[in-house]
Write a new protein. Structure first.
Length: 303
């Protein structure tokens, strides 16, 4: 093993997997970002995964894996930019694994790094998704989480799928299932929890507290079907929207209410990324397939 600026040419050619160990520095601590892997008995480690056919650089593999596994909380654009401007990599010959290092700073928030991640307190878990590919066990939190999702969806279905005030949805859900308060809190709040549950949300017209709305999306089902027809993507985001509007004309209003196509996709768990040069119209979209995603929570762990 060795720590260097880049991999040796021989290792870069032979690597099998790559990932990212993100860290942040404060006045009193150094935190590292870890992901929880329920398929590995709930163990925690850096975020990464196997090299895919056609990938010729460990930076590209790490960027793709981090974007997918973090559900866009750390985007591929940010990872690539960080690793090319301040490169650091740890080589593990056992497994031929390249672990890249990158610092997350507060000023990164709100762009290619989700504010929910930069503002996450040390030791508090951020829930990303419900790991449907993992079989529940007696010690698992998956069953109550799925039951809570079912409760929320039932409430919305009783009201025609919504929209309804997010605060009202939460109040009814807490009444029917009191333990759901903890699940929502662990997810980072109602909006984050709804995103992990596939429930659409949007801010109020005046962006005031308690004015957010929530609803079940028929358009989301259509969009996922389109992406599945294209092997899960990626396809141009503009192309996805055009096909969805053609099949589901009412979805135009839903996308507009969510603040645009990229925001709408983020609410529905569809992955997006800007084009190589960032122009509007060149963004891509794809499905993060549940059977390939392994991380269900993130946490900043004090070093």
């Amino acid at each position: 093993p060795y720590l260097g600026v880049t991999l040796n040419p021989k290792d870069n050619k032979a690597y099998s997997a790559a990932g990212l160990l993100a860290y942040r520095v404060s006045a009193c601590s150094l935190d590292v970002l870890l992901g929880r892997h329920p398929s590995r008995q709930g163990t925690w480690s850096w975020i990464g995964g196997k090299r895919e056919p056609g990938e010729v650089c460990s930076v590209a593999t790490a960027a793709r894996e981090v974007h997918e596994e973090s559900l866009g909380h750390l985007t591929a654009n940010w990872v690539e930019a960080q690793l090319r401007s301040q490169p650091q990599v740890l080589w593990h010959p056992n497994g031929r694994y390249a672990v890249h290092l990158a610092e997350v700073e507060n000023h990164d928030a709100g762009g290619d790094v989700a504010a929910a991640l930069t503002q996450l307190p040390s030791g508090r878990m951020l829930q990303l998704r419900l790991p449907s590919s993992v079989s529940p066990t007696n010690n698992s939190t998956i069953l109550p989480a799925l039951a809570t999702v079912g409760t929320a969806r039932t409430i919305l279905t009783e009201r025609g799928g919504g929209p309804m005030l997010l605060s009202q949805l939460m109040a009814l859900m807490y009444k029917r299932k009191p333990c759901s308060r903890w699940e929502v809190r662990a997810a980072g709040g109602a909006v984050s929890w709804c995103a992990s549950a596939g429930i659409m949300t949007a801010g109020g017209l005046k962006r005031t507290a308690r004015a957010e709305t929530a609803w079940l999306s028929q358009a989301l089902t259509t969009a996922r079907a389109i992406l599945n027809e294209h092997d899960g993507g990626p396809i141009l985001l503009s192309r996805l929207m055009a096909l969805m509007y053609e099949r589901e004309p009412s979805s135009k209003l839903e996308v507009r209410t969510a603040g645009g196509a990229a925001n709408w996709c983020a609410c529905g768990g569809i992955m997006t990324e800007a084009g190589p040069k960032g122009p509007v119209g060149m963004e891509t979209a794809w499905l993060g397939q549940p059977n390939t995603l392994e991380v269900d929570h993130l946490v900043w762990f004090p070093w």
